[in-house]
Design a protein around this ligand. Sequence first.
Ligand code: ATP
Ligand code: MG
Length: 407
Amino acid sequence: MSNKQAAIEIVQRLQGHGFQALLAGGCVRDMLLGRPAKDYDVATDAQPADVMRLFHRTLKVGAQFGVVIVLVHNEQVEVATFRSEAGYEDGRHPTEVRFTSAAEDASRRDFTINGMFYDPRKEQVIDYVEGQADLARRVIRTIGDPEERFGEDYLRMLRAVRFSTRLGFAIEPETYAAVHRNAAKIARISGERIAAELEGILVHPNRVRGVAMLLETGLAGAIFPGFGGEPGRQAVAVLGRLRRKVSFPLALAAFFAGCPAQFALEKYEILKLSNKQVRHIEFLLSHRGSLLDAAMSLAPLKKFLAGPYFWDLYELERAIQKAAGARQGLTPLSKLRRRIRDLGDIDVKPKPLLNGHDLMRLGATPGPSLGQLAEELYVAQLEGDVTTGEQAEQWVGQWLSRHGESQ
Ligand code: ATP
Ligand code: MG
């Protein structure tokens, strides 16, 4: 059973018990656009306690805000009581939630295209906010006064850019002007929430349009203080040369391509990425330019190839060179590609020919110099200078006498 079928089943059950229940928000927008929705949400006049009573398996995530997760056939569906929100004092969270009618619930939502309901039984769209007209016009418009709506929740500014980017819709001029005026306030939103929206913008094939809006409205400079101007123009150029599908760390590295690596390394921290994403982006930022070294020997190349992010680094470098119109930069890259192809199916991460015990048996003393010896021996192995255990033992004997460690 799909998430959509699960949501419809929930709507039917609620309606069967005399409640008003509708599909709501993003899924209605996506259905009208003929796109699959990420998830199908239900809105109802049933109170959280009613919802928990009617369904066997529920999660009480935000019952005080009127939200209950209902599990049917292993699908999770958010079932929210019609509510209005008030008392946004900090531009981030409402302090008051009141249960109300569908019409009022529509008017607390962010954009007209996100503010519609759908009754699957009657096959009817319920639209209190002119969402259908804006869908037809292909515009992102706040429900009500944009200045007020962005003042309630600054994240909505970034959501406007994300929806505009992903749907290819324009942001209606008054809404856009209000983003422009209020952009600096985005800095008050948590890094994690900014990152989620930014990811939606940067990984989408239409990312160039999104980043141009982030720059023009001032959101980019508000999120990453000091970012803009020439590095901003370079960001647009490099992002435009990336392949269609990219990871968030790769897109972020491209975004910062025109900045000194140190600046970029400080700025991305604002986003509070996961450890894995941090390793990924730090690899890309700190190895920028490395692949242009035509004289790179085999060992560092194999080490690059053995790591998980080599082809992202390659893609980043390719986009940077293309954006700069630098033909001389593309040549070492295509040579490198050929070189890798000619290596064929070699093992880029072979087992070391000798382990720590072997090295000590041969006379190495435990401690930092042992690590150094092991590392140098491994490089010699990757370079192809040492290919057998016997050769490795000889090599170690020479190393130890050079370093005054042989008995
Ligand atoms: P997506 O396809 O990215 O999930 P969505 O429209 O479903 O888009 P969600 O973040 O899943 O967006 O939120 C679901 C609905 O909740 C939105 O369509 C909108 O009606 C409402 N909503 C979400 N975030 C906000 C917000 N910050 N301010 C007002 N309404 C919001
Ligand atoms: Mg959604």
